[in-house]
Design a protein around this ligand. Structure first.
Ligand code: GAL
Length: 562
């Protein structure tokens, strides 16, 4: 694979960054895990009770859902980790300080449940909290409010003795000691959790909720980005934000579609953090459950698989709709989600109606998805050169139907409202794929090369999917739009200018994308910075500039096409 401008690792010097930007993309990133055994090299799959049962949970329900995973065939397709969420324990620890299972709910205890699941070929997950109390106010593992001993090691040992395979570690009620910031307190707590799990001697996947406690809107704030930067050092997956809307038995028909779109919304920009052993988790799959139509269920499965998201159902598995079950059990979609390269797909084009996502895959294929946000059936057309494939044809498999077609210019079709089309393209005779599409920054706005504020000006605008927002990421570290290169200009501004030949030595046109999201101009070491959001919609658009790189500044974080 030839060199390509791409995400690089944190903590590198400018020189190292440049070198990495020009070095070949790896086939699979180096996994980071809590022990020597790499964990969760592909996104975890399974079931959790929360979004359907919440605290109304017991042994019979867990067993029934585990059995249903097996009888529906979902377990054999990979949905293998059964996690009991909050409310499984009593409200206090025993005299020794151990957690106590609520035997009214789980009469045969936790170890029995683990054995039952393991005998079925399933894995066992459990919920706990890194603060002093869980979100439902059961005993957490963390230090009490005001300070004192934590229970991280004790609880990890207990989980290991119960042969737990997966720990969902929530972050409610976490005490912030004096002199520590909230972000530092969470970092300390999650480091301690990870150490305790490691020291327990049993490999347990760590699902960390830390980022979710720092989320502010879709683009997030500085602390959120900071937490996203470290959470993968210890966790294999992490919740970054809001819960998916839970099932309400009193109003089962209530739509949950806007919740799916909301969680998709914040997860879609974070691909730079994902890779084998590190997954962004936009929360549970509720496809096939009350509150989503068949089209909406397909969309959730398609979008989650494009984003390499964990596939964790949270529903009554025996009551999944046939369409939902078919979507969740579609082995082509599962293979997409579980692609061994582990590269999260990116939004390459979006507007009020359509979102187009692209995901590069291990065997050189490219997955493409189109979401129709509108309520009506629409014609869709995706030219190959707008998704990075130039001068070639592609064998396109519709992942829903399995049907294959030869595509020479554009993917086309009709797409029902709220539905998502998804294809796997095997390019034929193409030059190397060129990441093509929108560059998204602060406020989920797009870097736009329309000449609204002067020749060559680049401004931030609402995303439209139009050519003035279609960037091409060259294998020479250039960012091109309409044949011109993003360049350092006068007065700290950036501009579109003629591309200098690669060996001309002209500075100001080479860019590196770091894992923290910054786009660093190599010659000056400065960071591409979005202007403040306009106070009024008709205020003149301000231009993008280069400013000193700060620490996790939201106006310096960028999401790029892949
Ligand atoms: C929330 C979490 C949910 C569920 C709940 C239990 O913080 O996001 O997924 O675990 O706590 O109380």
């Amino acid at each position: 694979m030839p060199p390509r401008l791409r995400a690089t690792l944190p903590c590198l010097t400018a020189a190292a960054l440049f070198a990495l930007a020009l070095s070949p993309a790896p086939v699979a990133a180096e996994p980071r895990a809590t022990s020597d055994t790499p964990l969760a090299l592909t996104p975890p799959m399974g079931w959790n009770n929360w979004a359907h049962y919440m605290c109304d949970i017991d042994e019979a329900k867990v067993v029934a859902n585990a059995d249903a995973l097996v009888s529906t065939g979902l377990a054999a397709k990979g949905y293998d980790t059964v996690t009991v969420d909050d409310c499984w324990m009593t409200k206090s620890r025993n005299a020794r300080g151990d957690l106590v299972v609520d035997t009214a709910k789980f009469p045969r205890g936790v170890a029995w449940l683990g054995e039952y699941l393991h005998a079925k070929g399933l894995k066992f997950g459990i919920y706990q909290d890194a603060g002093s109390l869980t979100c439902e106010k059961y005993p957490g593992s963390g230090a009490p409010e005001g300070g004192g001993a934590d229970h991280y090691a004790r609880d990890a040992r207990q989980f290991a003795s119960w042969k737990v395979d997966y720990v969902k570690m929530d972050g409610c009620n976490l005490w912030v000691p004096e002199g520590r910031t909230k972000e530092q307190a969470y970092r300390d707590a999650y480091n301690a959790v990870a150490k305790a799990l490691r020291d327990s001697g049993r490999d347990m996947v760590l699902s960390a909720s830390a980022p979710a406690y720092f989320q502010q809107g879709e683009w997030g704030g500085s602390d959120w980005h900071k937490v996203l930067g470290w959470v993968g050092e210890t966790g294999q997956l992490w919740r970054e934000g809001k819960d998916i809307k839970v099932y309400n038995p009193a109003a089962p028909a209530t739509s949950r579609w806007s919740s799916v779109l909301g969680n998709y919304g914040y997860n879609r920009w974070l691909g730079r953090y994902a890779g084998p052993g590190n997954w962004n988790d936009p929360d549970f799959l509720i496809a096939g459950s009350p509150g989503l139509t068949a089209a909406e269920s397909r969309s959730q499965v398609a979008l989650w698989s494009m984003m390499a998201a964990p596939f964790i159902l949270s529903s009554d598995v025996s009551k999944l709709t046939p369409a939902g079950l078919a979507a969740l059990g579609n082995t082509r979609l599962i293979a997409l989600d579980q692609d061994p390269m582990g590269r999260q797909g990116a939004v390459v084009s979006s507007n009020a109606t359509f979102e187009i996502l692209v995901r590069p895959l291990a065997n050189g294929d490219r997955a493409v998805a189109v979401l129709n946000r509108s309520a009506n059936t629409r014609d869709i057309r995706v030219p190959l050169d707008e998704i990075g494939l130039n001068d070639c044809t592609a064998d396109a498999q519709d992942l829903w139907s399995g049907a294959r077609t030869e595509v020479s210019d554009a993917l086309t079709g009709k797409l029902a409202g709220h539905d998502t089309a998804v294809w796997r393209l095997s390019p034929r005779g193409c030059s190397e794929a060129v990441p093509t599409g929108q560059i998204v920054g602060d406020g989920a706005r797009c870097a736009d090369g329309a000449n609204t504020s002067g020749v060559g000006a680049v401004v931030m605008a609402g995303c439209t999917g139009a050519p003035d927002q279609r960037w091409f990421l060259g294998d020479d570290s250039r960012l091109r739009l309409a044949g011109e290169c993003l360049s350092a200009g006068e007065d700290g501004l950036v501009e579109l200018a003629d591309c200098a030949p690669a060996n001309s030595g002209q500075p100001g046109q080479s860019w590196s994308h770091r894992r923290d999201g910054t786009l660093v101009e190599e010659a000056g070491g400065l960071c591409l910075t979005a202007p403040a959001r306009a106070a009024t919609p008709d205020a003149p658009a301000e231009r993008l500039r280069l400013t000193p790189c700060g620490e996790h500044r939201v106006d310096q974080a960028w999401s790029l096409p892949v």
